[in-house]
Design a protein around this ligand. Structure first.
Ligand code: SF4
Length: 379
């Protein structure tokens, strides 16, 4: 009989009977067919997609550069940096050949500076390992510094039109709402489920447009607060909308209180010039410039810490408090106290590659990190 196997005449050892295992709990899924999502998104993107500089090319280098910059930073802030970087480093070989200090300095102000160092390290690997061409596999892309699965997916989809899923912050929010994910969106179960949904929804046709469309939906309509559901192409499919939970999802974490750290910095003047130094390349804000600074231990006197710092620099003289600057980092708030002083007797402070005496005009163009850039107003 077609489609069946002959039982034969001989005896056979009975095979062990497989006891069906209870199925793993299946998360609630919406009743809409997945295929409905991408056509709606693509049609909406055709009318409402954003015109962004990196959308005018499919060059993998430009796509990669924009994706790295957009990892922690909004579009408006990224645009001038993206254009400046392409102006200075026209392709991956030019970037790889540049000193890492120059890359970090051009990144000054964009934040999360490990991205700049990884960018440079990845450019070198693309040149040395891949002959200057971006690889087209998830494994090879994620092996490059600074490229995670979502960034790799974006490069594959946008530059090479390969149907690879992405799961950046915007897409996470859209999927949590579309599928009404009500548990902790940061759990490993959520991570697995969200990637599954992201993969399910990614179409074979026009994946480069789809990637940009779902990111745009999260950035422009399905925003963290007050999503514009009435204008959303997925409104009739969205479970969070149906349940009236669009404002509640994804569940927010109660943020722990951010610690405050106190530092002192010296605005040390010598013949109209101020001393700045470059921070070591490794570590936080590595490669950027700052006024000489030191941490103040809890309960210690900032003025005494400033005097000690001056002595350590080989300087003498009187300091006066010029003002303070507050700056917020991802894991602490900085309370920076700035002390001003003349340094006519500071022969120990030599100008070398890691320190400079700069005029106020020169300081305005110096790649100081954020808090010390704010301090320029006190000069
Ligand atoms: S209907 Fe509202 S909550 Fe749902 S995906 Fe659209 S904008 Fe987001």
């Amino acid at each position: 009989m077609a489609g069946t196997r002959s039982a034969g005449r001989g005896t056979r050892k009975a095979r062990p009977v497989r006891v069906p295992q209870p199925a793993a709990p299946v998360p609630e899924t919406p009743s809409f067919p997945r295929v409905d999502v991408s056509p709606r998104l693509l049609a909406w993107y055709g009318k409402a997609g954003r015109d962004l500089p990196w959308r005018r090319t499919r060059d993998p280098y430009s796509v990669w550069l924009s994706e790295i910059m957009l990892q922690q930073t909004g579009v408006v802030a990224v645009i001038p940096y993206y254009e400046r970087f392409l102006g200075r480093f026209s392709d991956v070989a030019v970037l790889a050949a540049a000193p890492v200090e120059e890359v970090v300095e051009l990144w000054a102000g964009l934040g999360y500076y490990s991205r700049a160092r990884n960018l440079h390290a990845a450019a070198r690997q693309v040149v040395e390992i891949h002959g200057g061409h971006f690889p087209q596999s998830l494994e090879e892309l994620t092996a490059l510094p600074g490229i995670g699965r979502s960034t790799a997916g974006a490069i594959l989809a946008i530059a090479f039109d390969i149907p690879a899923p992405i799961l950046d912050g915007n897409v996470r929010r859209v999927l949590c709402r579309l599928f009404a994910w009500q548990d902790d969106p940061r759990s490993s179960a959520a991570e697995k489920q969200l990637w599954n949904w992201a993969e399910d929804l990614t179409p074979v046709e026009r994946p480069h447009h789809y990637a940009q469309a779902i990111m745009d939906l999260g950035a422009t309509l399905c925003t963290p607060r007050s999503p514009a559901c009435e204008r959303c192409p997925l409104e009739s499919l969205c479970r969070a909308r149906a349940l009236g939970l669009e404002e509640e999802l994804p569940r927010r974490r109660v943020k722990p209180a951010v610690p405050i750290r106190i530092q002192v910095a010296l605005l040390l003047e010598q013949e109209g010039r101020f001393l700045v130094r470059r921070r070591p390349l490794s570590g936080m804000l590595g490669g950027l410039w700052e006024f000489p600074a030191a941490a103040v231990a809890a309960g210690s006197d900032p003025a005494a810490a400033a005097s000690r710092l001056l002595r350590d620099l080989g300087g003498t003289g009187t300091l006066r408090l010029a003002g303070g600057v507050d700056h917020v980092y991802s894991h602490f708030k900085l309370d920076l106290r700035l002390y001003r002083g003349l340094a006519p007797e500071a022969p120990g402070i030599a100008e070398d590659v890691e320190s400079r005496w700069l005029t106020a005009t020169e300081l305005a163009g110096c790649p100081l990190h954020g808090a010390h850039k704010k301090a320029l107003a006190l000069l």
